[in-house]
Design a binder for this molecule. Structure first.
Ligand SMILES: NC(=O)c1ccc[n+]([C@@H]2O[C@H](COP(=O)([O-])OP(=O)(O)OC[C@H]3O[C@@H](n4cnc5c(N)ncnc54)[C@H](OP(=O)(O)O)[C@@H]3O)[C@@H](O)[C@H]2O)c1
Length: 354
């Protein structure tokens, strides 16, 4: 029997991308689509597409008529909607940031508001299947990761597991404009963004740092070798220095990440750790030596392409440069949400994504 799904926020970029993936998914029936601003209209009135599905208000969505709800709403708006879905006993995949951070105090520090559903944080599983597949399979609530964190965590995870993530980790990321959502803003308007490349939220200020620290910190803490130094970003012995940029393309994220390797760790050891960790992962594409990840390796697919380059003799040691590319709307959002749904419902993980 098909998995029946509802999409809250189907008129945004991630919601529409999700609809496009799910309508072709062989084991899914899309039951309803919600909107905030276009109630009573059809999908084809909002996007240039041939699909006439009706758009309904969130309050009219029959939650008990579906097996899973995907929430593609702005953070803050998702909290109470997720709570209503869970009260109805229906599973949820939330694409917003509302349930990604386990600690409500950390949420408040980064998002500037108290969490309205802190009790639900305990049941939320961080939805990166490459890290948490077993918990996702049994989860009632999956918190789909942020787009930048997906590229950075997958780019660094084998290093964190090996205990080689130490000191300052410089993350230089570029994102296409769809990463900012469909709602018009001056900074993402054509004339401001086109033929330009703008850093924003640089320093220790972008909210996605919290997810990167939480997830990568787990690997370091599990090894029991966390530093005691404390301070922003240093609780697990490393600090993320994150510089996101707005790139004038519609979609795609490229993160270029610089890590000083511990003494004695060379390129062969690093590559062996990545090969071992990602063997059998259908959506992590580890590039051969000499190749770097580009947007074209990933855009249009659910893949994360990872390239590894080691430079010797920088400040007396070896520096690893990781290049990690994803499509922000697919592996960074809606494709990953489908991957999570496949895991939750015991379907082949790649179904509807190949
Ligand atoms: N864009 C990305 O690359 C990306 C990647 C990963 C995660 N995310 C996260 O995914 C979520 C959706 O992102 P997006 O880019 O798709 O945003 P978007 O394009 O701005 O779409 C937002 C959607 O939510 C609806 N909405 C807005 N406010 C609402 C409210 N108060 N109650 C109910 N519905 C409301 C909108 O309806 P109307 O269109 O009818 O106004 C629209 O359908 C966000 O939390 C975002 O941070 C985005």
């Amino acid at each position: 029997m098909a998995v029946r799904v509802g999409i809250m926020g189907a008129t945004g970029y991630t919601g529409f991308e999700l609809y496009k993936l799910l309508r072709k998914h062989p084991a899914v029936q899309v039951v309803w689509l919600t909107t905030e601003s276009y109630g009573g209209q059809r999908l084809s009135d909002v996007f240039p597409c041939p699909w006439d599905e009706p758009l309904i208000a969130l309050a009219d969505a029959a939650v008990d008529a579906v097996d899973v709800v995907f929430l593609c709403l702005p953070h803050g708006a998702s909290m109470d909607a997720v709570a209503a879905v869970r009260r109805a006993g229906v599973r949820a995949v939330d694409l917003s940031a509302d349930f990604r951070l386990h600690d409500p105090a950390v949420y408040q520090r980064w998002y500037g508001a108290a969490h309205k559903q802190p009790a639900l944080l305990a049941e939320a599983v961080y939805g990166l299947p490459e890290l948490h597949r077993a918990e996702i399979a049994g989860a009632g609530l999956v918190a789909n990761p942020g787009c930048y964190p997906t590229s950075v965590i997958l780019g660094l995870w084998p290093l964190a597991e090996a205990g080689w993530l130490r000191g300052a980790v410089i993350v230089d990321s570029k994102s296409g404009v769809s990463g900012a959502g469909r709602k018009p803003k001056l900074s993402t308007s054509f004339v401001e963004a086109n033929e330009n490349l703008s850093p924003y939220s640089i320093g220790y200020s972008h909210r996605h740092i919290a997810e990167m620290e939480q997830e990568l910190g787990q690997a370091v803490e599990r090894r029991g070798d966390a530093a005691q130094s404390g301070g922003p970003g240093q609780a697990a012995g490393f600090s993320i220095v994150f510089s996101p940029h707005l790139l004038p393309v519609s979609r795609g994220i490229l993160s270029t990440i610089y890590v000083a390797l511990p003494p004695g760790v060379d390129e062969a050891a690093v590559r062996a750790a990545y090969v071992r960790r990602y063997a059998g992962e259908p959506f992590v594409h580890l590039l051969p030596a000499g190749q770097v990840a580009t947007l074209q390796h990933a855009v249009g697919s659910n893949r994360c392409a990872v390239g590894l380059t080691v430079v010797d003799g920088v400040a007396g040691g070896a520096t690893l440069i990781v290049t990690s590319a994803i499509d922000n709307l697919i592996k960074g959002a809606s494709g990953q949400a489908v991957q999570n749904m496949n895991v939750m419902f015991g379907l082949a993980e790649t179904m509807g994504l190949e």
